[in-house]
Design a protein around this ligand. Sequence first.
Ligand SMILES: Nc1ncnc2c1ncn2[C@@H]1O[C@H](COP(=O)(O)OP(=O)(O)OP(=O)(O)O)[C@@H](O)[C@H]1O
Ligand SMILES: [Mg+2]
Length: 358
Amino acid sequence: MAFNISALNPFQKKGKFVAIDIGSSSIKMVEAIPEKNGYYLANLGVLPLPSTAVQNNMVVEKKIVAETIRNLIESNGVKANLVVSSVPGRAVIIKKIQLPAQGEEELAANVEFEATNVIPEALENVNLDYQILGYLGDGSQMEVLLVAIKKEIVQSYTECIQEAGLTPAIMDVDYFALENMFEISYEPKLDEVVGLIHIGARYTSINVLKNGISTFTGDLPIGGESFSESLTQQLPISSDQAEALKITGLLEGKEDVNLEPLLLPTCISLAEEISRTLSLYGTMAGEEGINSIYLSGGSAKAAGLCQVLRDKLGVPVELSEPFRGFNVAKNIDRDYLNESALALAVGAGLAIRRKGDK
Ligand SMILES: Nc1ncnc2c1ncn2[C@@H]1O[C@H](COP(=O)(O)OP(=O)(O)OP(=O)(O)O)[C@@H](O)[C@H]1O
Ligand SMILES: [Mg+2]
């Protein structure tokens, strides 16, 4: 699956690609180079952002975001100048439509008209992209996925990339980046239904794939910040202390704390919301159940979360390995890679996108 909802550079630019994932707690950079048998992971990096930089799915503090991107590029010696980035899925309107089967040119001419019927925004205010999903029944009807996003949201991301001295070349949606990550790292099995659940700092996104193709997407306003808030409510500690405690299990860097019982209420409410969202998917699509779930995002490692999800959803749940399909450069620190891999899952999917992919 490959989207470019920005239509930024109609002319093919020369240069190398680097993926930049602008999250609400940090910016992630991944540089990968296609090889004969897969991908070479050349470079990666993560730098934190102040929590005010990204708000309501938009970059609001452009200067600090641009500086942080610049820092990531310079401190890691990245030479690439073409950026593959993504907007958060929850900022995007995604619709599946059915049309009489038609050729690509005809579809390109008709798609805007079709979009006016299903996209609840004036088309001049949105960036639009689409993809043919397949043909139905006797082949006389086709199913097309429409993706639309407000231009001002896309611009808030692309302007920062430009201000960092780089060229925004591809603007994807994080759902589809995760799908790409999964596709190259795991071989989708026939008729297998997989749930990709990505738990970031503010949001959790859910993407259900059947035969490797997205059949349902949804998101929840629960993430790492919810875990930290629950710690500050239970213990007399600051948000910064809670953040460190959540990740290291240590209070003030020394006192061992048993995190699982403290994080349990948030794990349970996240599991309940995920279960509710997935059962909605089941009734909507008349689908059979999900066979397995792969977690990613920085908060996927929250103590006890995997087990709570297994118990609540009754399916195997495991942490994904976003770079298992990559040949890792020798100079990349393995501990750092293992530590940050889950948070880099969107970046991994973006890093293997190239112009013209569909
Ligand atoms: N070992 C850990 N245990 C629990 N939480 C962790 C751990 N490591 C990182 N986190 C949390 O993961 C979150 C960051 O994840 P990620 O980088 O995926 O989010 P983001 O992309 O910045 O946010 P979003 O996508 O929601 O805008 C933070 O809330 C951080 O506290
Ligand atoms: Mg994120």
